[in-house]
Design a protein around this ligand. Structure first.
Ligand code: DHB
Ligand code: MG
Length: 210
């Protein structure tokens, strides 16, 4: 975290629920790569401000961002979270349940691309997407989000900067190339209006026009 990010985080009261989730993630041997606290607060605000009620998350990990998303939902709003590993989805579900949000979330496990294809076949639509899964998949996840989006839907994605790798020309691996392509799509696709926040590890925020 930068000095400025640390300063800003220091202004906020500790969030016992989210601290407990981070401990739970570590205690299950899962990677400590949940979204930054400041972006978690932003997710809650974006859901609440947009009035979104049909949320799709790609990449649950241990439920940290799921809690932030579900906190912004009004009555009847639902979060569907796609997670590769059933064991991670179990941990995430337990954490949302502990947070009193278990009735607002459901999980689909396995390859997110297969789940997304199934959702498309079923004609499902969503008004908020949060992408935070394998980085190689980001361009495909963006295309699915555009296909599943209702007019005005928000598409938010974590790790736009890949801890410096995105801007390091020497880095040409598949994840870096995919995130660069994703970022260019966010910035230039005529179907979107967008911005990219370079704080923490970078966050893309796009709105599907219409
Ligand atoms: C890392 C961080 C993330 O937020 C993520 O989704 C994947 C990887 C990382 O720091 O390696
Ligand atoms: Mg992430």
């Amino acid at each position: 975290m930068s000095i400025d990010e640390r300063y800003v985080e220091g202004l906020y009261a500790r969030d016992a629920v989210l601290e407990r989730v981070k401990e739970g993630i570590a205690s299950h041997g899962m990677p400590s790569i949940s979204i930054a606290d400041g972006y978690g607060r932003l997710l809650t605000m974006l859901v609440r401000m947009s009035g979104a009620s049909k949320l799709l998350e790609i990449g649950a990990l241990g439920g940290y961002s799921g809690i932030c998303l579900a906190r912004g939902l009004g009555d009847g709003g639902q979060l569907l979270s796609l997670e590769l590993l059933p064991a991670y989805a179990e941990v995430a579900k337990a954490h949302l349940t502990e947070a009193g949000l278990g009735d607002k979330v459901s999980y689909m496990t396995g390859d997110a691309k297969e789940s997304l294809n199934r959702l498309k076949q079923e004609g499902r639509t969503f008004d908020f997407f949060f992408i935070d899964a394998d980085k190689e998949g980001y361009p495909v996840y963006l295309q699915y989000a555009l296909e599943l989006a209702e007019p005005g839907a928000l598409i938010v994605a974590d790790n736009i900067l890949l801890r410096g790798r995105t801007t390091d020309e020497a880095k040409q691996g598949p994840a870096v190339l995919a995130v660069r392509a994703f970022n260019e799509g966010i910035a230039t696709d005529n179907r979107l209006e967008s911005t990219i926040l370079p704080g923490y590890d970078g966050l893309a925020i796009a709105r599907v026009k219409g």
